[in-house]
Design a protein around this ligand. Sequence first.
Ligand code: ADP
Ligand code: MG
Length: 237
Amino acid sequence: MIIASNLTKRFGKLKALDDVSVNFMKGECIALMGPNGSGKTTLIKSILGMVVPDSGFITFNDKNILRDWQYRRHIGYMPQIGRYPENMTIGQVIAMIKDIRSPYNTAFDEELIESFGLNAMLKKRMRTLSGGTRQKVSASLAFLFNTDVLILDEPTAGLDPVASEILKEKIKAQIKKGRLVIITSHILSDLDELVTQVIYMQEGKLLFHKNINILRNETGQQKLARAIVSVMHNQRS
Ligand code: ADP
Ligand code: MG
């Protein structure tokens, strides 16, 4: 569904992406992991067309995404830090994004808006929101358009445990529907139940990309965090 081929991106002297090749298929839930600054967000933004790689290319359903924005209608995106017009209310922001994304996405999925209780806060201005509520708005917007692909950058960071569970259930339901979900997180325990594939990045390089069951079998570790520590240890020795 999405193929990235030999992506390199430099910011000055720093290589944020260093010859990264990866593919993402329908029905998978991919955990994109790695320490801070390893290039996860840069990879995601490249897929979204918000960062243009210096070399390499990306295809979405077999079409090169360069200078073609149509494919974005198939993607729901939750940014790591959601930035909104601060004077607008939650309701206005939701209406605005709906308006921008129509006429392509008209079947709205408002389940998260309801289960997060945002309906009772539609008149609140964005600048008055707590970090957690802002995250709820971002998550609700990402899932609003019934897209085939969901890209979630640190989705559970800042969410309270109840909201985090609601979001995880929502993610699970999307995977069941055969959608592609890409999640970055450095909180590994958050992802244990959801993930089918694990990608680990370090210093802009893709260290490994493995099916979770293979990873568990190879390492003898059920917990994602332990399995990854085990792989890293073996690669060093
Ligand atoms: P991660 O999401 O894994 O924490 P990022 O992809 O955000 O990492 O960043 C990778 C590296 O690229 C970091 O060193 C970061 O400081 C740098 N970087 C990211 N975006 C920019 C930018 N627009 N300008 C300069 N450096 C950047
Ligand atoms: Mg990041």
